[in-house]
Design a protein around this ligand. Structure first.
Ligand code: MG
Length: 318
């Protein structure tokens, strides 16, 4: 678990004797060091510290400017910045907060004060990270929740469209799920949903997006997947679900899933249209007996697929 890891700090200071003192004081932390603002910004492309300790007066870009740039960027703006400074005048300290700093410590350092301020920022950052994770996660299954799924899916759709790359959507719905809840109780039903989601996530590449839309309905976006790849994935998932031995349920009890598949190449104008196509095929899979994958390629969509550009060649097979 991330919470158990040693907190990581980035210390940015151009004065090496200051750095030596800080490294001594912060011996319980995993500390990385940068000697100026530009190196700090470079380092942050590979490292994600819990807190940044940032000197104000440095050659090149000063601490205020480094802070301003970090706060303007979604990837870094949530990392708390603790200014370290010899400046104790009110205007300098107020400016530290104005540019987005969370706190400051003044030089020369008082060891226990420094450690207390660092610890508070680390705890704050970790608590906020946990809240952010909870806000995007479906509590029962650990899959993305509905809101997070649609937000991330929108970006994947736009990326795929802009680069003319394949993208497939799968709509998945567990069959007769109400009978599991009604027949064996909600604890068994909940455990089945968790098992299903864990199994799907274990089978998916990291590039794929998986979310619970509600109840026993899930959706999946597969970047780079053409119709054949997506259909193979859907079939793999369908077969794996049918094999799943359900925890806390009678050993004979099996669960099945119906899946509808649609691809961007078929000409969907937006994410909603793509998901609607997949949903219509899910409906067909249900209607035709469940525990199956539907991916109907209609020849009438060939013209729009060709218009939509690269990545679609040879995609449409009836
Ligand atoms: Mg300095």
């Amino acid at each position: 678990m991330a919470e158990a890891e040693r907190p990581k700090l980035l210390v940015v200071d151009d004065n090496e004797s200051n750095l030596d003192i800080l490294l001594g004081l912060l011996a319980d932390y995993d500390v990385i060091v940068a000697l100026d603002g530009h190196s700090a910004l470079d380092l942050l492309r590979q490292e994600t510290p819990d807190v940044i300790l940032l000197d104000i007066v440095m050659p090149g870009i000063d601490g205020y400017e480094v802070c301003t740039r970090l706060k303007a960027h979604p990837r870094w703006r949530d990392i708390p910045i603790l200014f370290i400074t010899a400046k104790t005048d009110e205007a300098s300290l107020v400016r530290a907060f104005d540019v987005g700093g969370s706190d400051y410590v003044t030089k020369p350092f008082r060891a226990r004060e420094l450690l207390a301020r660092v610890r508070i920022q680390v705890e704050y950052h970790r608590a906020m990270e946990q809240l952010r994770r909870m806000a995007v996660t479906d509590e029962l299954t650990g899959a993305h929740n509905r809101r997070a799924f649609f937000e991330l899916a929108g970006r994947l759709f736009e990326d795929a469209q802009a680069r003319a790359e394949p993208l497939a959507a799968l709509m998945l719905d567990l069959d007769h799920f109400k009978q599991i809840n009604d027949g064996y109780g909600h604890a068994v039903g909940d455990a089945a949903l968790r098992q299903f989601a864990a199994m799907v996530q274990a089978l998916l590449p990291a590039t794929h997006l998986f979310g619970r839309l509600g109840g026993e309905e899930f959706a999946l976006l597969a970047p780079g997947a053409d119709a054949q790849t997506a259909t193979e994935l859907a079939e793999q998932l369908r077969a794996a679900v049918a094999e799943l031995a359900l925890a806390a349920a009678p050993s004979h009890l099996r669960m099945t899933v119906s899946i509808g598949v649609a691809t961007l190449c078929e000409g969907a104008a937006d994410l909603d249209a793509l998901l609607r196509q997949a949903d219509a095929r899910l409906f067909e899979a249900k209607r035709d007996g469940r525990n199956q994958v539907r991916r109907t390629a209609r020849l009438s969509t060939r013209a729009s697929a060709e218009r939509s550009g690269g990545g679609c060649a040879g995609e449409l097979r009836p």
